[in-house]
Design a protein around this ligand. Structure first.
Ligand code: NAP
Length: 280
C-alpha cells in the first residue's frame, strides 16, 4: 500500500514532501530498479546530484515508474568546479540533458567552497536558470548561516532549502534554528547516519520497542518532528517502505530530547565542516 507523505510549502511556494529518497551510489540497471521501486512505493521527492553520476539513472527510473513527471519533485546539485557563472549555466543544462528532463524542481549548490569564493556567482546562475524555467525552486547544501546571509545581502534572495548533514550524532541545533527563523527549509542528508552506528544505539532501540517500530523509523520520525526533510537512501524494497511508514505514531518531547542528546560536537561522519571543507 502506498504511504501518504505530508507536504511542506517552501518560501517560494513550491510544495514538497516531508520525506524524500536519497540516491547516492544507485546507478545503472540496479539503480533504475531501486529508484523505480521507490517511486512506485510512494516516494515523490528524489535527490540526485551531478557528482553522483546517476542523473541518467534517475531520469530512466522516472520514465519506468507508474507516476507522471509533474507529480514528482526531482532535485539535483551543482558541483564546486562549475561555480563560475559562465560554467554554471551549461552545467545546469547538462544536468538536465543527462536526466532527459526539461526542468528540475529543485537545484542546489552542492557545497559553498568558501575559500574558492564563487558561490555568489553560482547563486546568480541558479536565480537566472529559475527565470528561464530550467528550475522551479533554488537552494543550497552545506551552507552555514554566514554563507546564507551573504547570498541575501548580495542578491536579495535566500534559498528555499538548505540540505545539511543531520542525524542523531549531529543534530545541528544552531543551524536548524537559523534556517527555520529565516524561512529556509532544512533537509537532512545521511539522515540514518549512513551506517555510523546510530541504528544500533540502545536508546533508539528502546524507543523503537515501545512503538513496535524499527530504529530507522524512530530516527526518521525524529527528523519529521524536527521539521526537517529526511532523504534516506535504501536499496531494498522492504527498507524503502519501512522508511516512509512513519506517520502513524508520534514521539514524546522526552523521546525527541533523548535522541537529540546523542549528538556530539565532533559527530559529523567524515569531519566535513563547510567552513573549511571543499568539494569539487
Ligand atoms: N548534499 C550533500 O552534501 C550530501 C551528502 C551525502 C548524502 N547526500 C544525500 O543524502 C542521501 C542519504 O544519505 P546517505 O546515503 O549518505 O545515508 P543514509 O540514507 O543515512 O543511510 C543509507 C544507508 O542506510 C541503509 N538503510 C536504509 N534504510 C535502512 C533501514 N530501514 N534499516 C537499516 N539500514 C537501512 C542503506 O542500506 P541499503 O542501501 O543497502 O539498503 C544505506 O547503507 C544520499 O543518498 C544523497 O542523496 C547529500
Amino acid at each position: 500500500m502506498n504511504q501518504i507523505i505530508p507536504e511542506y510549502t517552501l518560501n517560494d511556494g513550491l510544495r514538497v514532501p516531508s520525506v524524500g529518497f536519497g540516491t547516492f551510489g544507485l546507478k545503472g540497471n540496479a539503480g533504475v530498479h531501486a529508484i523505480t521501486n521507490a517511486i512506485n512505493t510512494g516516494y515523490r521527492l528524489i535527490d540526485t546530484a551531478y557528482n553522483y553520476e546517476n542523473e541518467g539513472t534517475v531520469g530512466e527510473a522516472i520514465r519506468k515508474s507508474s507516476i507522471s513527471r509533474e507529480d514528482l519533485i526531482i532535485t539535483s546539485k551543482l558541483p564546486g568546479r562549475y561555480q563560475e557563472y559562465d560554467l554554471a549555466v551549461p552545467a545546469i543544462q547538462e544536468s538536465l540533458f543527462r536526466a532527459g528532463l526539461d526542468y528540475y524542481d529543485l537545484y542546489l549548490i552542492h557545497w559553498p567552497n568558501p575559500t574558492t569564493d564563487k558561490y555568489v556567482e553560482a547563486w546568480q546562475a541558479l536565480i537566472d536558470a529559475k527565470k528561464w524555467g530550467l528550475i522551479r525552486s533554488i537552494g543550497v547544501c552545506n551552507f552555514l548561516p554566514e554563507h546564507l546571509a551573504r547570498l541575501k545581502d548580495e542578491t536579495g534572495i535566500l534559498p528555499s532549502m538548505n540540505q545539511i548533514e543531520l542525524h542523531p550524532y549531529f543534530n545541528q541545533e544552531e543551524a536548524r534554528k537559523w534556517n527555520q527563523e529565516n524561512g529556509v527549509r532544512i533537509q537532512s542528508w545521511s539522515p540514518l547516519g549512513r551506517l555510523n552506528g546510530a541504528l544500533d544505539e540502545g536508546k533508539v532501540k528502546e524507543v523503537a520497542r515501545k512503538y513496535n517500530k524499527t530504529a530507522a523509523q524512530i530516527i526518521l520520525r525524529w527528523h519529521f518532528q524536527l521539521d526537517s526533510i529526511a532523504i534516506p537512501k535504501a536499496t531494498f524494497p522492504e527498507r524503502q517502505l519501512e522508511n516512509i511508514s512513519i506517520f502513524d505514531f508520534e514521539l514524546t518531547e522526552t523521546e525527541m530530547d533523548l535522541i537529540s542528546s546523542l549528538s556530539r560536537v565532533d559527530g559529523r561522519n567524515k569531519n566535513q565542516d563547510p567552513a573549511v571543507y571543499e568539494e569539487f
